[in-house]
Design a protein around this ligand. Sequence first.
Ligand code: ADE
Length: 363
Amino acid sequence: MAIVSSGSQGQDRRRSGAGSGQRLVDPQADAETAPRPEAAPEAPQAREDSLRPRRLADYIGQGELKQVLGIAIEATQARAEALDHVLLYGPPGLGKTTMALVLAEELGVRCRITSAPALERPRDIVGLLVNLQPRELLFIDEIHRLSRVAEELLYPAMEDFRLDLTVGKGTTARTRSLPLPPFTLVGATTRAGSLSSPLRDRFGLIQRLEFYGLQDLQAIVQRAAGLLRLQLESEAALEVARRCRGTPRIANRLLRRVRDVAAVNGEPLITAALVDQALSLHRVDGRGLDAHDRRLLRLMLEAYGGGPVGLDTLAAGLGEDPATLEAVVEPYLLQQGLLQRTPRGRLLTPAGRAHLDAQGAIA
Ligand code: ADE
């Protein structure tokens, strides 16, 4: 039986530490989370990696998730077994990949990282599975985009640690089973509803990541400032926290933009006023909405009298993909009560109108 390993494996990059993350995806495949295999110092993914917490104790926020996973880790280690399969879902940037790497570190195993669009051919997933060591983690991002063949190969692999392969063609085709080591699949998705039920049912732990609260975000910004050796007043950290859409990835990105302005202005200490100056320059308003968010809300108000208006209509008006609008742009606006989903379409809320009024002519 010829098993050809995933073509992307030549791009492996090993990280330090027991629970190291090994990336296998094509960086072009997924702009959201896909890393660069050769992490140059300026690579965005490398920048994000440098601020990630490595251990559960350093991971700020997501209290319930940490509690559930902490118990599962302890129980699993006591039984000397592989951790049950974990599905993490929720809006982008909330720490799904980070949590997979933390799990690997806590379990003292390696984490192999890939993304569903990189597993197009059966041999891609077969190559990954047969190379796993006992109890290792396999992280599949955007798992709702798995091809049908890949998904069907995963069923017996997840359930019985067995790979069912078809060898030969036509009348000579036979199924051969290959034992796999016990492993943990960590799936991540922004669209849990798009997962087929047979796949979803094979995860023992299904956890939603929530938007972060202000205090947690402030602590995340302060931690990142420490790692970047920045002097930041606590009010300044709070101001970044207010404007990052409840999302650590955005908080860290905004902090870097603030750092640029501080450097150019020759300011050794970052104050709330400096954060305001820097983020206004990037058109991030006091609630964290950017020009794109405001364009969506304005379109609803000005072209559709506040709605209700269908998702596809809005997406077409913005030149945006409806799925991205729904999974990436809308969740924070919904959480902030600026937008409502109704059976008849999207509705701009009174708070959404008030926010646009308060922004006046700002684009
Ligand atoms: N950096 C990004 N996300 C984080 C988190 N949840 N805790 C600590 N630092 C972070």
